[in-house]
Write a protein that binds this ligand. Structure first.
Ligand code: 6PG
Length: 275
């Protein structure tokens, strides 16, 4: 694995760290920002962080709870976890796999996040079936059912440790994350862990999603963002003063955990202006 030299900086005003390759100006985002040339390299760094974190959790708690997103960006990460010998040691047998959000389509639908995660990970990892938790997206009370499963399973942990260990998020060009879209009711949820929501633009419109209270309780939140189509949103968020109502990703503020961004050069580039 290559390890190109990185520039490091620490912004004491918001406690954030930026680790970037010299050719890239990392955006001023909260938390730790890993800004690197290629999405491949970003995936490498993320996968290495994930394996270390998973091993630490298994050592400390005996198991590891991860929640994965859908969309297209993380697919190469999921494949890498399966074929790259550097990451094969992820302790799948001790892992509980949860889904961050789901489109309300049948589980074998091409647009189902579960289908993609099953085909890339579950079918190839030695993860026990009872530790895999697809969202019951077609059940009318699927949100209530999923919240109950989370509470029941995480309830085995000691109080205070009963939270997700690792959440992988993506971000849309409109700065949505999970299925938390700008201007939608799910953004205001302060109590429930899982709710149905409607995507105003992206189809399929009906979604089920983890909420801010659940996501922000996680021990480690990784946000993987790549491509020029995300540059404008990243730029806007880095300027500050954008409310979650307009840019839901800014509602991701772990209470007692770490927030890490993994960005490629395109996502960090200056957005094109219309003038
Ligand atoms: C989904 C998501 C969603 C995704 C972003 C980014 O089901 O669509 O989980 O939040 O992470 O839309 O998607 P891309 O990676 O495809 O750009």
């Amino acid at each position: 694995m290559t390890n190109p030299s990185k520039t490091k900086s620490h912004d004491a005003s918001n406690g954030s760290y930026r680790l970037s390759e010299p050719s890239i100006t990392p955006p001023n985002l909260p938390g730790t920002v890993h800004a690197v040339e290629s999405v491949d390299r970003a995936i490498d760094i993320l996968a290495a962080d994930l394996v270390i974190h998973a091993e630490n959790c298994v050592r400390q708690f005996g198991d590891f709870h991860i929640a994965l997103s859908g969309g297209s960006t993380p697919q190469p990460l999921y494949e890498r976890l399966m074929y790259d010998p550097n990451y094969r040691r992820l302790p799948w047998r001790r892992t509980h796999l949860w889904i961050v959000d789901e489109r309300c389509v049948p589980p074998d639908d091409p647009q189902s996040n579960w289908r993609m995660i099953k085909e890339t990970i579950v079918d190839h990892a030695d993860i026990p079936a009872e530790q895999v938790h697809p969202m019951p997206a077609l059940a009318p009370d699927g949100d209530v059912q999923y919240e109950k499963s989370l509470r029941d399973v995480l309830g085995w942990r000691e109080k205070g440790q009963d939270r997700l260990d690792f959440v992988l998020l993506g971000m849309g060009g409109d700065a949505h994350t999970a299925s938390l879209f700008p201007g939608t009711p799910a953004l205001n949820e302060t109590n429930r862990l899982v709710v149905f929501n409607v995507s105003p633009v992206a189809a399929p419109h009906k979604r089920i999603t983890m909420t801010f209270p659940l996501l922000n309780a996680a021990r480690f939140i990784a946000v993987l963002v790549a491509g020029k189509s995300k540059a404008s949103a990243i730029h806007q968020i880095a300027q500050g003063n954008v409310a979650p109502e307009h840019a839901p990703i800014t509602g991701i503020k772990p209470f007692n955990g770490e927030l890490h961004w993994y960005l490629d050069a395109d996502a960090c580039s200056q957005p094109a202006t219309n003038s």
